[in-house]
Design a protein around this ligand. Structure first.
Ligand code: DQA
Length: 165
């Protein structure tokens, strides 16, 4: 039983990170901040625990591995928080994998891609995301966990499947 007294009955949230996010902390800190991905992972797990939720937190530089993990979340996760990094702007493979997820999807970016180069303004993830959080650095991941905790409640899931039928 989690400290909050809530039971950890839900499947874990998958928090997936794309290419070059392994370098957070030293990579362009003026854009992405100085917090490492490992630290973000710790903060995310702590925040999820306050909701009685577990987290699968992963990073890959490889598109296919991210696709595999999205497919894994289809069976083993309650929802996906995704920072697909550069693949956000290019990957039809990730878009297709997300389309078949049938679970809440929250797209997260540390920076605000809309205030950056034009090639970052297009997102394949946004086309299928339940919601998008960007520009809040690591706080965006924590806001996404709070939002996901609401989205995966049985009531929210029931009204989603009603809306789809
Ligand atoms: C990013 C924004 C992307 O445009 C970029 O390619 C990244 C990181 C972000 O978190 O701000 O690698 O997803």
């Amino acid at each position: 039983m989690a400290k909050s007294g809530k039971q950890n009955k839900a499947l874990p949230i998958y928090v997936l990170n794309g290419p070059t996010l392994n370098l957070l902390g030293t990579r362009e800190p003026e854009i992405y901040g100085r917090t490492t991905l490992a630290e973000i992972g710790r903060q995310v797990a702590a925040r999820a625990k306050t909701h009685g939720l577990g987290v699968v937190f992963r990073q890959s530089n490889h598109e296919g591995e991210l696709v595999d993990w999205i497919q894994e979340a289809r069976l083993k996760g309650s929802g996906v928080i995704l920072n697909a990094a550069a693949y956000t702007h290019t990957s039809v493979a990730i878009y297709d994998a997300l389309r078949s997820l049938e679970k809440p999807i929250i797209e997260v970016h540390l920076s605000n891609p809309h205030a950056r180069e034009p090639f970052r303004h297009r997102s394949f993830v946004s086309k299928v995301a339940t919601g998008v959080i960007c520009g809040l650095k690591e706080q965006g991941y924590l806001a996404a966990v709070d939002a996901m905790a609401v989205l995966i409640t049985p009531d929210a899931a029931a009204s989603r499947s009603k809306a789809q039928s």
